[in-house]
Design a binder for this molecule. Structure first.
Ligand code: HEM
Length: 426
């Protein structure tokens, strides 16, 4: 059993491993078959975690927050690589040293994604009005206009770096609209978001002082916006955060800043990665792309398949609040678990031939948006953006093809493409 040794299990907490997607899928396939609830040690003082790799287990854990917690103080939703752990400890130390400063406020806040009910429910309700079907459907013309403009800019070039030119642009423009901030600020949002998620990637990593400087900038920005929305409320997401009360009180400043960061990161990176990952898949499977060109009504189905295929968020973490069992395994109170969506999405018990990419695929809903209590609040927005983007892209540049290898971000959390050169006529 080549992938079942400790080395392979150890590898799952290390971002390096995920640069080779094929190898990771081999590990997950082996674990689904041989050890679907697998104990995985961690290097350098990490306490280890359970890898949950089957679809049904991921679903049942996700809908049971009374036993499986997302609470930040217990460990939150991410596994830390050995590198990350060292960096977090340094940042926490730096934040403590400037006690009361912006760094400590940022590192002490909690957003809904790292809360359990009932606090989670209250915080989610605050921004839920921003994600109603009516409101999202009303955005479609705007999304299309923005998308056409973005594609217009690359027309006639023959080749471009697709991530920065297209995949990153559309979600960040839409995010600026949703938050109600100036479009000129989107570069800042983009950079902050990269700093917040890129800590494991040597290309994107910045040093402690720079991180503290970014925290300071981001904090000032978020706080100024809060004051302006309290003075002049409108119907954007930031007004909802600034003016909705929890238990009769305004949201704590630290929690408000965390909620702001969550929206910036969650609404941005993931959609970008589904657009770039989708174009990569269509380029690798030209027969599937041709089906969409011949019959664009298949695009919404293709969007589901792309999001299953890409798994833009690779996993989410949980902490057991009591001794319990998953499958045959006894999970102890305090144990950490990783719900590997990337694996659940290829579960052989759920889909025929899960390793083939098929735009006409039928079957259960993928797990990429999570499930249960924390089901992605922006799932429909992401689907709409990806649908409109593919409709316009394939209309204009039907032969868009990825050139050479893509440059992946070093991360075990986000399945992210940093750079991807494409060629097209038109
Ligand atoms: C393809 C794109 C996206 C993917 C794959 C994705 C994935 C996810 C996943 C897996 C979760 C669940 C976390 C858990 O169970 O612990 C989640 C939650 C969340 N997502 Fe998304 N997301 C996407 C797009 C978006 C967008 C566009 C937004 C907002 C503009 C957004 C905002 C959020 C928020 C606020 C949460 C927290 C929900 C909660 O805790 O109740 N996401 N997302």
């Amino acid at each position: 059993m080549p992938y079942m040794n400790d080395q392979a299990r150890l590898a799952l907490s290390e971002p390096e491993t995920f640069l080779d997607q094929k190898a990771v899928h081999q590990i997950f396939t082996e674990l689904r078959r041989e050890d679907p609830v697998a104990w995985c040690p961690e290097p350098d003082g990490g306490k280890g975690f359970w890898s949950i790799t089957k679809y049904d287990d991921i679903q049942s854990i996700s809908k049971n927050p009374k036993i499986f917690s997302s609470d930040r103080l217990l460990g939150g939703i991410t596994l830390e690589s050995a590198d990350m752990r060292r960096r977090r400890q340094t940042l926490e130390k730096a934040s403590e040293d400037e006690a009361g400063g912006t760094g400590s406020i940022i590192t002490s806040g909690s957003s809904m994604i790292m809360m359990d009910p009932p606090a989670h429910t209250q915080h989610r309700r605050m921004v839920a009005p921003g994600f109603t079907p009516g409101r999202l459907n009303a955005l479609i013309p705007e999304i299309r206009t923005r998308c056409v403009e973005i594609l217009e800019r690359i027309a006639g070039l023959g080749e471009c770096e697709f991530v920065s030119a297209v995949a990153a642009e559309l979600p960040i423009q839409m995010l600026a609209d949703l938050l109600g901030v100036e479009q000129e600020d989107r570069k800042k949002l983009f950079e902050w978001s990269n700093v917040l998620i890129g800590g494991d990637d040597p290309d994107m990593r910045i040093d402690r002082d720079e991180v503290m400087a970014v925290f300071g900038e981001l904090f000032q920005y978020a706080v100024t916006l809060r004051a302006s929305r309290q003075e002049n409320p409108s119907d954007d997401l930031l007004s909802m955060l600034a003016n909705t009360e929890v238990d009769g009180k305004a949201m704590e400043l630290a929690d408000y800043v965390s909620a702001f960061i969550l929206l910036v990161v969650a609404g941005n990176e993931t959609t970008r990665n589904s657009i770039s990952g989708g174009v990569l898949a269509l380029s690798q499977y030209p027969d599937e792309r041709q089906k969409l060109i011949d019959d664009p009504s298949l695009i919404p189905n293709a969007v589901d398949e792309i999001i299953r295929w890409v798994a833009p968020v690779v996993y989410m973490g949980r902490t057991a609040l009591e001794d319990t069992k998953v499958g045959e395994k006894v999970i102890k109170k305090g144990d950490r678990l990783a719900l590997w969506y990337m694996s659940g999405n290829r579960d052989e018990d759920k889909w025929d031939d899960p390793f083939s990419f098929s735009v006409t695929r039928d079957g259960p809903r993928h797990l990429s948006f999570g499930y249960g209590q924390h089901l992605c609040i922006g799932w429909r927005l992401a689907e709409i953006q990806l649908t409109v983007c593919l409709e316009e892209l394939l209309k204009r540049f039907p032969d868009v093809t990825v050139l050479g290898e893509v440059d992946r971000m070093r991360s075990n959390f986000l399945n992210s493409i940093k750079r991807m050169q494409v060629r097209y006529s038109g």
